[in-house]
Design a protein around this ligand. Structure first.
Ligand SMILES: Cc1cc2nc3c(=O)[nH]c(=O)nc-3n(C[C@H](O)[C@H](O)[C@H](O)COP(=O)(O)O)c2cc1C
Length: 369
């Protein structure tokens, strides 16, 4: 029997050729929100990896939704145009399905990239006012303003406008970033949302923003294309957002037409106490899949092909998303295919790297010598 990792997976009208997804990874390499040569190399390199899906990094829906000044954006036509080239390369040279993650960074924004230690950028030096569910700063970051109701509405409109641009770019699927302490998660968590209006208080109210964003995007995102959401399935803090809350939210999202949940965790507050180990978030994907009856994508320290295979074979998730291991070894899916007895998907320009071809080259050289 063939491996589960290399079996196809269908959501709506879209079939991924295998169950390996390249997780979205912010590159902090955009100019005015526009993709650059780096994105051509980065996305192109990952697309020819043989993965079934590649997700374009967290892409800001408006200028104040950026984390750093060099984040990708999709709030104007120039930004959409700049993404065309890397996406065209990926389509031309691979069969990976292409997704994009829409994002508002919330109260964590207006900082330098991680490799500059997220240094704060003040407003008089190119920074911007940051917004959150409430006016509580992330420790060591800027003072946010709580979004007013009309700004919430505007924000939802910005998600919608960016989703329309993503559709015009012919992206195959879309993911809304509801994790890692950014704006949507900031509304969900009782640790960061102390609002007293209809967007704060009980679980129903704290979920309202996430559900409204999802519903508005689903209304404009074509019905044949999958739309998913990434969640921090727990805050890893007593009294914070919990896995049980995530099951409730996932169930509600499914009813609104959500196709999958990527089960990440953490990022709301620095007091989080994460029990980190190989595949540590897999049980969250498993629980949400079983309880909310929705497809899930497992992510986080999934390193080995056989580990990925077992997660899928045990029915704990429908796909696996890989991030750092794909940066370290962008040919991971080729190696995994060979290890699991499958045929790697190698572009013709590189096919002589295939072990069988290398052997043929070797035999031919021997014969001719
Ligand atoms: C360089 C880098 C950038 C990342 N950017 C994003 C992002 O844009 N959106 C997101 O949801 N997660 C982002 N992540 C988190 C990854 O998608 C992934 O969830 C995390 O790294 C755990 O998976 P891994 O153990 O396979 O690396 C990023 C991770 C890295 C290493």
């Amino acid at each position: 029997m063939g491996s589960r990792l290399f079996s196809p997976f269908t959501l709506r009208a879209l079939t991924f050729q295998n169950r390996i997804m390249v997780s979205p990874m912010g590159q902090c390499s955009a100019e005015d929100g526009c993709a650059t040569h780096w994105h051509l190399m980065h996305l192109g390199n990952l697309a020819i990896s043989g993965a079934g899906a590649v997700v374009v990094e967290a892409t800001a829906i408006n200028p104040s939704g950026r984390n750093t000044p060099v984040d990708l954006g999709l709030w104007n036509d120039q930004q959409a145009e700049a993404l065309e080239m890397p996406l065209a390369f990926c389509r031309r040279h691979s069969s990976a399905k292409l997704g994009l993650q829409l994002w508002h960074a919330g109260r964590k924004g207006s900082v330098m990239p991680a490799w500059e230690r997220n240094k704060l950028i003040p407003q008089d030096r190119g920074g911007w006012q940051v917004y959150g569910a409430s006016d509580i700063p992330y420790p060591g970051r800027h003072q946010p303003r709580a979004l007013e109701p009309d700004q919430i509405e505007q924000c939802i409109g910005d998600f919608v406008a960016a989703a329309k641009r993503a559709d015009q770019l012919n992206l195959d699927f879309l993911e809304i970033h509801g994790a890692h302490g950014y704006l949507i998660h900031n509304f969900l968590s009782p640790l960061t949302n102390t609002r007293s209006d209809r967007y704060g208080g009980d679980l129903e109210n704290r979920m309202r923003f996430a559900l409204e964003v999802f519903q508005a995007v689903r209304a404009v995102w074509p019905s044949e294309k999958p739309l998913g959401m990434r969640l921090s399935t727990t805050d890893w803090v007593d009294g914070g957002w919990s896995l049980a809350d995530s099951v409730v939210l996932a169930t509600r999202l499914r009813a609104l037409g959500c196709d999958y949940i990527t089960a990440s965790s953490g990022g709301a507050v620095p007091e989080q106490n994460i029990n980190i180990h190989s595949g540590y978030q897999v049980p969250f994907a498993d629980e949400i899949r079983r309880e909310a009856k929705i497809a899930t994508i497992a992510v986080g320290l999934i390193i080995e092909p056989r580990q990925a295979e077992e997660i899928l074979a045990r029915g704990q998730a429908d796909m696996v998303a890989l991030a750092r291991v794909m940066l370290f070894n962008p040919r991971w899916p080729w190696h995994a295919a060979i290890e699991l007895g499958e045929e790697p998907s190698i572009p013709p320009q590189y096919e002589r790297a295939h072990p069988a071809m290398r052997r043929m080259d070797f035999l031919k050289a021997k014969r001719d010598s």
